[in-house]
Design a protein. Sequence first.
Length: 385
Amino acid sequence: MDFDIVIVGGGLAGLALAAALRRSSLSVALVEGQAPAIPQGWDSRVYAISPANARFLDEVGVWRHLDAARMEAVRTMEIHGDAGGRLDFSAYGSGVSELAWILESSSMQRELWETVKRQGNLTLLCPARPQALTFAADAAQLTLEDGRSLAARLIVAADGAESWTRSAAGIGVRFNPYDQLGVVANFATGLPHRGTAFQWFREDGVLAWLPLPGNRMSMVWSTGEYHGRELLALDPAALCARVAAAGNMQLGDLELITPPSGFPLRLMRAPNTVAPRLALIGDAAHTIHPLSGHGINMGFQDAKVLASVLCDKPGHVDCGDLAQLRGYERARKEAVVTLQTVTDSLQDLFLPATDSLTRLRNFGLNLTNALPVIKDLLVRYALAS
C-alpha cells in the first residue's frame, strides 16, 4: 500500500495531525494498536487545554462535538509557594473569557478518532502494530506485524515517549528522570471551586487541583517516588484526608471518585525532531514536567505546525524532503526549548529547602503578583501556547 504520509500512533497528537490534514490532497494512513476505550465514570487523566489549542481543535472539526457537560473552564488560578508566596491569575483581569479548559483525555481521543474515521483521505489501520522500518531515497517502508507493507513519502512518529518508530529510525534521545511520580485522581468536593485551578509548591512536591464540572476536581501531585507510592497505597478515606489537608481544606472534604494512579516523571529531549522522510511529534519528540500543564498543548501545536507545513508546500515538493521538514523543526524548536527550560528550572528552584532559596522563590512569586504587566505577559504566553 502506498501513501504520502503514514502516522504511527493514534494518541491525541497523532489523531490531531491526521484530522488537520483532512482538507489536503495528501493520502494518509494512521497505524494504531487498539481503538480508544470508553472509561467507566470519569477519566483520571485530564488535561488543561489552552485557548490556542481549543481553537485548533475547533479548526479540525472536533471542539464543537465535545460534551460540554464534561468540560470546565478555568476562570482563575491561585499559585501558592511554600512560605507565604502567592501568584494569582484571572481571565477577567486579562480580558479573556477563560485561561484554559479542563478536559478528559479519553473524551478528546474518542472524538478525534470518530472524526478521522470519516475522513476521505485517510486509511485507518487498527489493530495494527509496526514490525520493521527502512528508509530509501524515494520512500520509507513500514512493515506491520501482520505482514502488510506500507510505502510512504513521510513517516510521522506519534507513538509516545517510548516511541518504537523513533528508535527504529535510529534517533537517540536524552532522558532526565526527576525521580518523581505524578499521582493523579479525581474527587468530589465539599465546596464549589468556581472555576479556580489551585497549585501549591510544597516541600513534598507540586500539588495541583484542576476544576471539573460540578463539585469535582482532578488532582495531579508531582512528588518523590517514595511519597508517591505511599499515597497510592492509602485507602480512599485516608487519601481524601491527606489531599484535602495538603490543599488547606480549600474545597472542603473530599470524596474519591476515581482510583489513584501514578506515572514516572522525566524530561526528554531529542537532538533532532526530523530526518529524511521522518518527523517526530508529541511525546515522541519531547516530554515536560507536568507543573506547567503544557504537555499535550505542545503536542497539539506540533500537529498544527507540521500540518501547515505539509498543506502549504508547493505541489512539486516531496512531503518527506528534509529541507521541507526542517521548516517544521525550526518553527517548533524555540517554543519547546523555552517551555522545557522554564518548567525544569521551576522544578529545580522549588525542590531544595534551604532558607535562602525558600525566601527567594516566595519573594519572586509575590513580586510577580504585584506587577500586572509581567502577569499579563505570562498569561498571554500561556494562552497562545
